[in-house]
Design a binder for this molecule. Structure first.
Ligand code: XMP
Length: 516
């Protein structure tokens, strides 16, 4: 049975992905498209409803984005958010007032009409909403009524109930709108009539069927990095086709303590997959001798990965399919950016892709999922928390956290320091709660210290721990002094060649999370 689908038309809002995530949290499937996407592509999905995002424009700008014709003609419900509200208003004959200043921040919503399906279960006392807009609706179009207002906005929520047109001035998708998910749920379920059956179990069943249909008796190869995306893709494909899947794991020696072992343990022993683990440590170390430039490190590591992967895949005989852990944010098509390339190759080393002459058909079972959904699927497939909740780790691995030349000794020092930091964070129950990413960096400088009676001249470890929602911006984690003190003491005492530890207190921006 076809899935009920909501289409989100993106007008350039920074929140479009959030709208999609909130809708999916209500177990209804939705997809984001640029407002300029071809009508056929959208209508082929047979959407049960549309949500129009906000956007940076004024509807009066010369080249302002408009409503597509198919939407104006459509009889399925539409919810306009902010800029989407203004578009619906002027298209239905209302008026939008131009404003040069933005209303930005919280407001308290009051309902004009109790008991509408759109505001079903709304709790008055919890009516805080988040405003962020310039222009606003001044005169309602015929057929529209105000559903709710705030002190500053007489038309905070409006509707043409008969024609299924709803619009809100505030942003239901951001967490500051306390009952925002409720409103989106009311829209997709009560107004659009969607069945809330977008669940991990449903997704897994559907994908298992789709993978079996695509692969038939063919064989699939997948590059496993230990990261959550490729791990979940592997588990899902393995559930579908078992032995027809072979995973290749290239151990480049740039992983954290015990990580390579954990990958083999999890996938080969626990999940029973056919796994080829290639020990390429020496080869990588040889190729990194004397290299200090981070871009050069990335390039060497990426190219080597492709070559080794290719060699191993060739040894397997005829393989028709290449599976990848591509996820939705990698392929999303939106007004701001153009990532339409369906054949985008995602290797965990962020290189341009596999060579053109490799003739694989791609399998990307996670390409419609957000990261949190990937984790849910992984959990439903029985992967351990240690894989599912793994922090992001750069493809070139410790090479970019080992500043200066990458030698085996320096990597070992870094690994030990990192393991101490992570163990102490875990012991303090701060590994997931206190920070979203945390690691050690080995600096390419030496400084003086004193140990016992003698002076030392050794390297420096910088600790980095950040709090972040999306890794685009981040703040340094306010770790307890006692924890930092213990980590510092242990690193200096236990790790050879390190006599000083610093804690990085730079936010992003202007800093980055990694040091490189
Ligand atoms: P920055 O350092 O730019 O990092 O603030 C943002 C996030 O991206 C991760 N990162 C990488 N991930 N390959 C990856 O797969 C890379 O080359 C790479 N560089 C940075 C970083 O760990 C952080 O989570």
């Amino acid at each position: 049975m076809a899935q009920d689908t909501i289409v989100i038309l993106d007008y350039g809002s920074q929140y479009s992905q959030l709208i999609a995530r909130r809708v999916r949290e209500t177990n209804v499937y939705c997809n984001i498209f640029s407002w300029q996407t071809d009508a056929e592509k959208i209508l082929a999905l047979n959407p049960r409803g549309f949500i129009l995002s906000g956007g940076p424009n004024s509807v009066y700008d010369d080249s302002a984005p408009t409503l597509p014709a198919y939407l104006l003609e459509s009889s399925v419900p539409v919810l306009g958010i902010c800029y989407g509200m203004q578009l619906l208003t002027i298209n239905a004959g209302g008026r939008v007032a131009r404003s040069n200043h933005r209303e930005y921040g919280p407001a308290d919503l009051q309902l004009n009409v109790p008991d509408t399906p759109f505001f079903a279960d709304w709790v008055m006392e919890n009516g805080r909403v988040w405003m962020s807009h310039g222009d606003r609706v001044e005169k309602l179009p015929d057929g529209f009524i105000p559903l709710a207002h705030t002190a500053n906005s007489p038309f905070a929520a409006i509707a043409d109930v008969e024609n299924g047109r709803y619009a809100v001035q505030f942003h239901p998708e951001v967490v500051h709108t306390k009952q925002g998910t409720l409103l989106l749920r009311n829209f997709v379920q009560n107004i659009c009539g969607c069945t809330p059956d977008w669940t991990p179990a449903h997704f897994i069943d559907e994908q298992v069927d789709a993978i079996r249909a695509q692969v038939g008796n063919g064989r699939v190869v997948l590059g496993l990095s230990g990261g959550v995306d490729s791990a979940v893709a592997a588990a899902l494909i393995h559930r579908a086709i078992g032995e027809q899947l072979t995973c290749i794991f290239v151990n480049h020696g740039l992983l954290r303590q015990d990580e390579a072992l954990q990958v083999i343990e999890t996938f080969e022993r626990e999940q029973g997959m056919s796994l080829i683990a290639v020990n390429a440590i020496e080869e990588y170390m040889d190729s990194l001798v004397g290299i200090t430039d981070p871009e050069q490190k990335r390039r060497i590591i990426g190219e080597k990965f492709i070559r080794i992967f290719e060699q191993e895949a060739n040894k397997l005989g005829k393989i028709e399919f290449l599976a990848q852990g591509t996820i939705y944010p990698d392929v999303i098509e939106s007004a701001g950016k153009d990532k339409k390339d369906a054949h985008l190759i995602k290797t965990h080393h962020n290189v341009g892709g596999l060579p053109d002459d490799i003739e694989f058909e791609l399998i990307e079972p996670l390409r419609l999922l957000f990261k949190d959904e990937v984790r849910e699927i992984g959990s439903a497939l029985g992967l351990p928390d240690s894989i599912i909740w793994r922090q992001p780790f750069p493809g070139p691995g410790l090479a970019i956290r080992c500043l200066g030349e990458v030698t085996w000794d320096r990597l070992q020092h870094l690994r030990q320091a990192d393991a101490i930091f992570v163990a102490e964070l875990a012991a303090a129950d701060m590994l997931r709660n206190g920070t979203q990413q945390s690691f050690a960096v080995l600096l390419p400088v030496k400084s003086v210290g004193v140990m016992g009676d003698g002076r030392t001249y050794q390297e420096v470890i910088a600790l980095r721990a950040v709090t972040t929602e999306d890794f685009m911006t981040a703040d340094w984690a306010r770790l307890p002094y006692a924890l930092l003190a213990k980590v510092s003491r242990r690193i200096v005492n236990e790790v050879d060649g390190v006599n000083r530890v610093t804690y990085d207190i730079t936010s992003k921006p202007p800093g980055t999370i990694e040091w490189e």
